[in-house]
Design a binder for this molecule. Structure first.
Ligand code: DGJ
Length: 752
């Protein structure tokens, strides 16, 4: 035996040991979450809270195998096998739960992709070709059985929350142009069952975020926007719970804290559609992406279309936990300042006080009063530009109105800074009034169809942001405003929806006009991204007549949203409740205003503050009408808010008592991530028959820690201890001392 060989043999165990140690001593965060078993052809995504599995069957089709609570690594999963046909009317390919279904063959289920080729062929059947795992990203390449159309299915996983992002990229490698008529991001398949319930959010202007929960029956429920933007009518979010009649705990229906929940949301701010379908064998498919209504995307040889990301997650602890998972995911993975977004400042907004009648003296007077109560950001709303007297004129002309601000914006901005606040400004960049210099100069810049009426919404038309010249105009004016002025915040508004969405510049024969649905939104996103890169300190709010543009796409580029123009404090309770099912309180701006509720008179200043303190606190009242008492209450509550805002905005939210469905009471609790602080908000609509406010049981505290309770506003029943364990507050509960109409109280629990 040579010396060298001897040495190798001798060294091998030590070398292997070191290598093994290097491979297996990786920190938890660097562990692999995506696996492929090359023997069974099964992919698994494993996170602490969930397992998602799918595989390639003998026909090279990709089908879902499991989505639910975590399985052990060695647990057997069924080998992927196409379902057996039920009859000639229900052949296998129509009932197999495909991960991404093309329209072709015997498929009558909602397809994710549908294509027309120039020769008239419209059949597409996708088969697995290859895959690549790159950390927390998996790309599976599929291809049509005969034509060179490739579809990449992309999966990303956020291990801490288990939220999986999916989208597709469709590439034309044939040598002729084809047209994509339908392009969804993904299909999510749930286990068989007949006891599923769908939760979704719908509404209208000033009544957004209404939660509907209904059984899923055979057939399809369509959630969608055909309006060019996200919309107030449906939000691109869903949650599916089980009634649990056939589950392990039939006595407990799924609720805030109990039961399985599958949930998801689309990251897209244009027309979208989510189909929730229960098929002939009681499988549930959720397919979402671009809305196929009026959709056609021609793809030249070599070109690709990528679809928006459809995120989804799973909770085995009720819909409350589903929301908390999604809130954490948005704060740490989606928002532009991820993973630790800055806390929202306390703002003042001029809209409800002055509407478009803004000028230096009026705004300066409001700013002085706002500063006195502890406001940190002063925002001047609509009315400062062009010939803007009312909503008939001015949009598009982004120069300062000289009658209102003879010396420009600088004096007001300086005044606001001198008062120790930063300055925010309202803009509505995508719109133009026909009565504007911009429209007179460029009537061709709006969405329109040649020779057809140009329907106005709020007396305005939509600029076609898909056009290069329009994109350049919009970026340049915003860039100039931000370069010329010391501005910390833009309120980006959007107050109408699309009509006559033509793009005649492309020519009457162009088959590309319908790509406006995609290209417009891409340009919107690219303007926001470029502005943020060039002005990194500027924060942006997405507003669309209230909550018309709230989705995970826009939230990747904006710091907060305006949930609704309805600032009536009682209505706001259910609006905020619905909002938090899908989106994080970190982005939920909430103003205290003078909007009266249904009862005679205005609820107290404290009531109105406590409602708004559950999100990013703002004030929108006309401060010129406030009494000394109002100022004193506001000052105290704003100071208190600053001690709890991190918990409210970034902690774990528990919806303890729902304000929905005519409830007389409601309560929310937020717990800080380190479990050191909890904040309880309680609201009473009306005391009836002298019944006391229901006892409130806190959640999410550390049972072993001692928590000291102090009132933020209001009192607890006299015999309440000042300090007790987390266990006590959660099991014994507390009794807020609330009687009467429109009463509110809030309490802070702090660990000793
Ligand atoms: C609609 C917004 O939702 C309001 O807050 C306000 O900014 C107006 N537009 C201004 O026109």
């Amino acid at each position: 035996m040579s010396k060298l060989k001897l040495m190798t043999t001798y060294l091998r165990p030590a070398y292997l040991l070191a290598l093994t140690a290097a491979l297996f001593s990786v920190p938890a965060s660097a562990q692999e979450h995506i696996h492929f078993d090359s023997t069974t052809h099964v992919f698994r995504i494993d996170t602490p809270g969930e397992t998602y599995a799918f595989g390639v069957n003998a026909q090279s089709e990709i089908q879902t195998l499991y989505w639910g609570s975590p399985l052990a690594a060695a647990d057997p999963l069924p080998t992927p096998a196409a379902y057996r046909s039920l009859s000639g009317m229900e052949e296998s390919s129509n009932i197999t739960p495909y991960e991404y279904r093309a329209w072709g063959g015997l498929n009558f289920t909602e397809p994710a992709v549908k294509i027309t080729f120039p020769d008239g062929n419209r059949d597409l059947v996708l088969h697995y070709v290859s895959h690549k795992i790159d950390g927390d990203k998996l790309t599976i390449t599929t291809k049509d059985i005969s034509r060179d159309v490739f579809v990449d299915l992309i999966y990303t996983v956020a291990p801490a929350t288990g939220v999986i992002g999916r989208n597709s990229v469709i590439t034309n490698k044939t040598n002729a142009k084809l047209t994509i008529e339908q392009a969804a991001s993904a299909t999510w398949n749930l286990p068989h069952g007949t006891d599923y319930q769908l939760s979704y959010l719908s509404g209208r202007w000033a009544a957004e975020w209404q939660l509907t929960q209904e059984p899923i029956k055979d057939g399809t429920t369509v959630l969608e926007s055909r309006r060019g933007s996200t919309g107030q009518q449906n939000n691109p979010w869903f949650a599916i719970t089980r009634a649990n009649t056939s589950g392990p705990h039939p006595e407990f229906p799924t609720n805030e804290e109990v039961g399985q929940v599958w949930f998801g949301a689309l990251a897209w701010s244009g027309s979208w559609r989510i189909n929730v379908e229960r098929n002939q064998v009681h499988d549930i498919h959720v397919t979402g992406g671009y809305n196929p209504f009026d959709f056609a995307y021609p793809l030249a040889p070599g070109a690709s279309l990528s679809t928006p990301v459809f995120y989804a997650g799973y909770s085995s602890h009720g819909i409350g936990e589903a929301s908390r998972i999604f809130h954490r995911f948005q704060n740490t993975q989606i928002l532009p300042q991820k993973p630790t977004p800055k806390l929202r400042p306390v703002i003042y907004n001029s809209w409800e006080a002055t509407e478009m009648a803004v000028d230096y003296p009026g705004q300066a007077a409001l700013a002085e009063k706002a500063a006195r109560i502890g406001v940190e950001r002063f925002i001047m709303d609509d009315g400062w530009f062009g010939q803007r007297k009312d909503d008939h004129a001015g949009l598009g002309d982004w120069y300062v109105n000289k009658q209102k601000f003879p010396d420009g914006l600088k004096p007001l901005i300086d005044k606001v800074h001198a008062l120790n606040m930063d300055f925010g400004l309202w803009v509505e960049p995508e719109m133009v009034n026909p009565n504007s210099d911009l429209y007179r100069a460029h009537p061709d810049w709006v969405l329109n169809m040649t020779g057809r009426p140009r329907s106005e919404g709020r007396n305005q038309l939509m600029l076609n942001l898909a056009r290069k010249d329009v994109r350049a105009y919009v970026f340049n004016f915003l860039d100039k405003i931000l370069t010329d002025n010391d501005i910390a915040f833009l309120k980006w508004d959007y107050n109408r929806q699309w009509s006559e969405p033509g793009w005649p510049e492309l020519g009457p024969d162009s088959d590309k006009q319908k790509t406006v649905y995609v290209e417009y939104i891409r340009n919107l996103y690219s303007i926001l991204a470029e502005l943020r890169a060039k002005h990194p300190k500027v924060e942006i709010q997405s507003c669309s007549s209230g909550g018309g543009r709230v989705d995970l796409g826009i939230l990747g580029l904006t710091d907060e949203v305006w949930p609704s123009d309805n600032t009536n404090p009682f209505d706001r309770l259910s609006i905020q409740d619905g909002f938090t099912y899908a989106y994080t309180p970190q982005v939920m701006t909430a103003w205290v205003t003078d909007s009266a509720t249904h009862a005679p008179g205005l609820p107290s200043t404290a009531y109105r503050f406590l409602v708004s303190m559950q999100g990013g606190l703002g004030v929108g009242s006309n401060l010129n009408h406030w009494t000394d008492d109002d100022f004193a209450t506001a000052k105290d509550l704003i100071a208190a808010y600053k001690t709890i805002r991190q918990t409210v905005q970034q902690g774990s939210l528990y919806r303890l008592i729902s304000p929905r469905d005519g409830s007389e009471h409601s309560a929310t609790e937020s717990v800080s991530t380190d479990l050191h602080q909890a904040v309880l908000f309680t609201f009473l609509h009306t005391t009836s028959l002298n019944y006391p406010f229901p006892r409130v049981y806190l959640k999410g505290l550390d049972p072993a820690k001692q928590y000291h309770v102090t009132p933020i506003y209001g009192t607890l029943k006299k015999d309440t201890p000042e300090t007790a364990s987390g266990s006590y507050w959660m099991n014994h509960g507390v009794d807020p001392d609330l009687t009467g109409d429109f009463k509110a109280a809030a309490f802070k629990f702090e660990a000793e």
